[in-house]
Design a protein around this ligand. Structure first.
Ligand code: ATP
Length: 440
């Protein structure tokens, strides 16, 4: 006999079924024993009349909550039972894995959940919470929708290596690993290799994969390893072509999540998913500075030319008030705060053809048109103090016919934070990696 999902029990009245799940609650009385069994699809009450089944009764009395069980029983109607007006009359019970007592914490006691750091020690128990199951279903759907859109638009998926001989971004934040007595680096982005696909004539590529940053900070939005959503497209005219693609792609993904999971997300997270209208609001960095100045927002001096998290929130609030939009593109960043491979404006050489996407006050993506002209690229690399010999393999991509191109990199868990209004990235990632966290 096959396992029956708890969510479909109403179609099996008066039948004997096999259920498999976790013992969420046990009410162990003298004569009657009630077990609330949970699987991914729902919960049901299982009843055992002890005098009729004394052996099963003794076994039940040994069970800890959250034990993994296989239950055989008859589905009967019982109007006084809250869980769907159904009950299972127990016939057989197999304990697959008894749970020790007490649990490190009760994942279902919403009022008394321990702090996130403790829950991360027991992440698999934390993930048993309904919110978490839903979060990862929503993330799966979001990624699926993104892939759908990419495929509709003729993108090719690549898997670039995560061990590199040369850093792809700044030298800081770099993890070094021993490589047969030499040195290798963990990829800080697939930047160089997705650009190689442009030189290879793939024209449009995407990658969903791990990104490593040796960032020692403890913030609610940084991890030392995260999943990057990256794409690159050829034959663009400016970075604004990438902006236009990005907003349509995100709009499509939001629409699919809302259609399929909007109601349950609202019920569980209290979040009404709003499918963003395109075009998203868009401002130049110069305009952003003028607005922040007028609003009296002081950027820390070390952030000259850049934005700090407070500045991101302040400008996002301003835009939300003026336009109602949760999204904002900030374009044309100064060269000082952008990498050497960003193309510069021909008429304003101190500015790059680049953008950041801010969502819900948080930076979720960075993109740009890339410099594809060999001589100019070399000059820009030298200006940034890079040794050309170290990036020779990369510069070579631009020697034998490389089309104009651009793309973006986005953090998946940051987007999930914004989608479900989660305040800490530790709650929106399957397993967090930070300076103090390598286990589990
Ligand atoms: P930040 O300024 O927030 O540190 P960044 O400018 O270093 O981010 P990029 O190098 O532009 O970020 O990376 C592209 C995207 O990757 C970011 O917009 C963000 O969504 C995500 N991202 C970057 N660093 C991290 C990190 N440490 N943890 C999680 N996501 C990150």
């Amino acid at each position: 006999m096959n396992r029956t999902p708890i969510g479909s029990l109403k179609d099996h009245l008066d039948e004997v079924v096999i259920l498999q799940g976790w013992l969420q609650i046990l009410r162990d009385q003298k004569k009657m024993q009630f077990l609330i069994l949970r699987d991914r699809t729902g919960m049901v009450q299982v009843a055992n009349y002890r005098p009729a089944n004394p052996e099963l009764g003794d076994l039940i009395s040994t069970l800890g909550t959250e034990s993994a069980l296989t239950v055989t029983g008859k589905v009967v109607k019982n109007d006084v039972v809250k869980l769907g007006g159904l009950e299972i009359q127990l016939q057989d019970l197999k304990v697959e894995n008894n749970a020790e007592a007490p649990l490190p914490f009760d994942p279902f006691d919403d009022e008394n959940l321990p702090a996130i750091d403790f829950r991360m020690d027991w992440r698999y128990l934390d993930l048993r919470r309904k919110q978490n199951l839903m979060l990862f279903r929503a993330q799966t759907l979001l990624e699926h929708a993104m892939r759908e859109y990419w495929l509709q638009e003729c993108f090719i998926e690549i898997h670039s290596p995560k061990m590199m001989g040369t850093p792809s971004e700044s030298g800081a934040e770099l993890f070094e690993v021993d490589y047969f007595g030499g040195k290798a680096y963990l990829a800080q982005s697939p930047q160089f290799y997705k650009q190689m696909a442009m030189a290879a004539g793939f024209e449009r590529v995407f990658e969903v994969g791990p990104v490593f940053r040796a960032d020692p900070s403890f913030t609610s939005r940084h991890m030392t390893e995260f999943t990057g959503l990256d794409m690159e497209m050829s034959w663009i005219e400016t970075h604004e072509d990438v902006v236009a693609f990005t907003e349509r792609w995100l709009q499509y993904a939001y629409k699919r999540v809302k259609e399929q999971m909007g109601d349950e997300i609202k019920e569980t997270f209290g979040v009404d998913i709003v499918v963003p209208e395109v075009p998203f609001p868009c401002m130049t960095m110069t305009e952003v500075y003028a607005i922040l100045k007028q609003a009296g927002y002081q950027l820390p001096p070390e952030r000259k030319g850049d934005l700090d998290p407070g500045g991101e929130r302040a400008i996002a609030d301003h835009v939300k008030q003026k336009t109602g939009s949760d999204f904002l593109f900030i374009i044309d960043w100064p060269i000082a705060v952008r990498p050497f491979y960003h193309m510069r404006h021909p008429d304003k050489p101190e500015l790059t053809r680049s953008f950041d996407l801010i969502a819900g006050g948080l930076e979720i993506a960075t993109g740009a048109q890339r410099e594809h002209r060999y001589e100019i690229l070399k000059k820009q690399a030298l200006e940034k103090g890079l040794g050309l010999e170290n990036i020779k393999f990369y510069l070579d991509f631009f020697r034998y016919g490389c089309p104009p191109h651009g793309g973006f990199g986005m953090g998946l868990s940051r987007l999930v934070m914004v989608l479900l209004d989660i305040k800490n990235i530790r709650e929106s990632v399957y397993l967090f990696r930070g300076p103090n966290r390598l286990n589990p």
